[in-house]
Design a protein around this ligand. Structure first.
Ligand code: PLP
Length: 401
């Protein structure tokens, strides 16, 4: 019998989408469902973005384009980076892709041979594992539990880099935890990275414009400019501009790495569609009031979620300072039962299933992110749904026996 390639046996469908699908099914059956499951920003880009896309359609927009991305878009990205203190990049340092996910996939293809090691902290964004597994890379998970605020320590990084992984992948602000590293924390990690020149560093920082409480966004390159020789910065329009389906992602790093991504693009996507890049250019270079306003809204919603998390006895929930996720450690519920039929809660998956069935609230089990003691709440749902969803969550806890 004809076989598929072995890498397909290693690829898994997204655990996050499975929860979202179940919530959708229950909703279609008429249940009142509040979804805290998928990480979509839930707002639309400004009218100037649609206007730019419509304008592009009027021109000869169906031609092949640049494998790197159009010059105007790359230039706008370079300006955007300069605004967050990442200066001195040229077009040759940059490349685009069909969303950050595609850029990360391309980068991993470009940097990792089969059997090479990629190290990253856990909790992690699910696709890191899936991409590494498809490429048959070895994964070194660096556990960062709630007790250490889900953050990597310099000592942990030192031990990991001493093993000379080919790639260290870092995500700040974090999906799923929402944690943000302070300037001092980034500096301490950058000092460790500087000791180990054999490792490429990918910083997946797509939530860099969603940082609260004045903490600011910091990158290893801010702390140690010489690390630019091997740090690759990832950005995306998906979350910041409410454009997840437009699929525009970016990278900036050493020229040789950007060129590798361009070569990968030339062999699978060729180019981003012109209508998309026109919209992306308008988003990056137009008025920035929507991202600014959404960041303030998310900070207020974070406070609303944390007020409920902090009121639940036994629950441990480090306070996030960015993105739009909260990641409570719910392990105090394990071993208990819920409801008159005594549904057993043995783990995070049982918890999320029972919460969805009993209260119609969809969350993603932490095991999807390598942390089975927790679950992820994505709080971008319409504002009127947030408090009722949180109240149902609190009720569910109170009913555990
Ligand atoms: C940490 C992180 N990196 C990358 C991505 C992918 O973003 P994009 O939509 O640009 O592919 C996501 C999306 O959820 C994410 O949370």
């Amino acid at each position: 019998m004809l076989q598929l390639a072995s890498r397909i046996g290693r690829a898994k469908p997204s655990a996050i989408m499975q929860v979202a699908e179940k919530a959708k099914r229950l909703k279609a059956e008429g249940r009142d469902i509040i979804s805290f499951s998928i990480g979509v920003p839930n707002f639309l880009p400004g009218p100037h973005v649609y206007a730019a896309a419509a304008e592009a359609l009027k021109h000869d927009s169906g031609q092949y384009g640049s494998n790197r991305g159009p010059d105007a878009l790359i230039d706008a990205f370079i300006v955007h980076m300069a605004e967050i203190g990442l200066t001195g990049y040229t077009r040759a340092n940059c490349a685009t892709g069909i969303g950050a996910k595609h850029v990360i996939y391309n980068l991993c293809e470009a940097l990792l041979d089969e059997g090479d090691t990629i190290a990253f902290p856990t909790p992690y964004w699910t696709s890191y594992v899936d991409i590494a597994e498809i490429l048959n890379a070895k994964i070194d998970l660096l556990p960062c539990p709630a007790t250490q605020n889900y953050k990597l320590t310099p000592a942990q990084l030192d031990a990991a880099l001493a093993k000379k992984p080919r790639v260290f992948l870092f995500n700040n602000p974090s999906n799923p935890t929402g944690m943000v590293y302070s300037k001092d924390e980034i500096t301490a990690l950058a000092d460790v990275i500087a000791k180990y020149p054999d490792t490429w560093v990918i910083t997946d920082d797509i939530y860099n414009r969603m940082v609260f409480d004045g903490v600011g966004y910091h990158n290893f390159v801010h702390a140690r400019p010489e690390l630019r020789d091997r740090v690759i910065f990832i950005d995306s329009l998906s979350k910041t501009y409410g454009m997840p389906g437009w699929r525009v992602g970016f990278m900036a790093g050493p020229e040789v790495v950007a060129q590798a991504v361009v070569t990968m693009n030339s062999n699978h996507i060729t180019n981003l569609p012109e209508v998309t890049t026109a919209a992306a250019l308008a988003a990056l270079s137009g008025p920035q009031d929507i991202p600014t306003q959404k960041c303030a809204e998310f900070q207020a919603k974070r406070d609303q979620v944390m007020a409920v998390m902090d009121s639940i006895p036994g629950l441990v929930c480090p306070r996030p300072e960015g993105a739009f996720y909260v990641f409570p450690d719910i392990s105090c519920a394990f071993g208990k039962t819920h409801g008159p039929s005594g549904t057993a809660i043995k783990n995070d998956v049982d918890f999320c299933n029972a919460l969805l069935e009993a209260k119609g609230v969809a969350c993603v089990p932490g095991s999807a992110f390598g942390e089975p003691r927790a679950l992820r709440i994505s709080y971008t749902c319409p504002t009127p749904q947030l408090q009722p969803g949180l109240e149902r969550f609190r009720e569910f806890f109170a009913e555990l026996a």
